[in-house]
Design a protein around this ligand. Sequence first.
Ligand code: BG6
Length: 475
Amino acid sequence: MRLSENFLWGAAISNVQAEGGYLEDGKCLDVYDTLEVLPEIGTEPVASSTDVASDHYHRYKEDIANMKEMGFKACRFSIVWSRIHPGGDDFKVNEKGMAYYEDMIDTMLEAGIEPVCSLVHFDMPDLLYRKYNGFWDRRVVDFYADHVAAVAKRFAGKVKYWITYNEINLVTWSHLVSGADRPEGVSMPVFHERLLHHTQLAHAKAVLAIKEADPEALVGGMIAQQAVYPYSSRPADIYAGDFAKKFRNDLYNDVMTGGDYPDYYKSFLRNQGLDPELPAEDREIISSAAAKLDYLAFSYYASGVVKAPEGAESMSTAELEYKIAFESEKCSNSYLTANEWGWQIDPMGLRIVLKDMHDRYHKPLFIVENGIGMDDKLVDGKVYDDGRIDYYIKHIDALEKAVVDDGVDLMGYLAWSPFDFLSSHKEVRKRYGFVYVNRTKDDLLDLARIPKKSFYWYKKVIASCGEDLANDIDY
Ligand code: BG6
């Protein structure tokens, strides 16, 4: 057998994108509900309302039954903050929200599925965004820490695997991640450093709160991982590729495992005329959490290419690093194909990041999102998603090589996603699930759950513990 019997096979959900029930049982508006998104490609508006989404709020038992049928060992889900603390800043727990997730966790456990609980996944009470500008304001760190402590206490002993913060390296991408917009007159380096500092502090406080509630729990940090390649062998491109990789990815893992800003980030701050030191009291919290961190989790969908700016060779370090960090031109890789949304398919990139993280951190790794967005079509009650199966075959083969041939310590593989739900841009047409959810952008139809061809293929993969990847399903 290529992978261990304890390998955590399954898939992951972002509950705010799946649940709907957006104002039910005391939940308040969430940043995901109010977010105004532009389409990812093209100009047609694509966003759907979040009020029903995939109705996971009412159909989670059916969704978990489907996961059980596929043989899942684990399911990553997220606890929506605005269900648990709808007051945002009043420190009051909404019992109905807690009870809802408790039943979801119990249902998974009864189905033999290990719950992997994420604490903030593209969600936050909208009030914390409007009143405080999210994690830009340090007080939000305390609201978050209080929220995590309440959840960790409640589910201690039931949830063994925790993820503190989804894609913590995307903090400046959107207020969907951090609850913050850049205030007028604030430079990008200042905005970035402050969000990094506050979210790392939030992550650290979460690690400590979970460990205090349950010393047996295993806690991981999580980033959106991307293999980063230089555009060419021009030395400035190599420099840019290296700096971008560190700035986009390593920085966050370095802080979560090392407990302080790494040297390259301190020099970056100094070159931008900023103070590179964390306050001693915060560094203490961040470093004690680093000592307790059990594993590093990440999502992986695609790789990226970085090109040095024009005239890079004669620029000051400050200008060059600023441009690479915040003004990088998006380039495509001519060796790779892409899905309709331009995400470049790169299974070897997954092996590259696994090897790199293993060598750099010597910690167990956990792939907690990997998949492909496709415009699946329901034809005569069936969905032939061979493109998805092909994507998974190549990525699972790559991770198996990383484990077996390269010695990477990998805890599990969670695909994205068990069933269809809204994308981060609230798009219904961009589907990822093993189970089709019958709805369109504006018409909820019957929201029926229909297993796609990949459902039966993944079931076979899990049953063979990753040995049998062939696409030979009679569907
Ligand atoms: C990850 C997020 O970035 O990618 C998910 O954690 C998201 O929440 C997923 O849905 C796929 O991205 P998208 O934009 O296609 O939904």
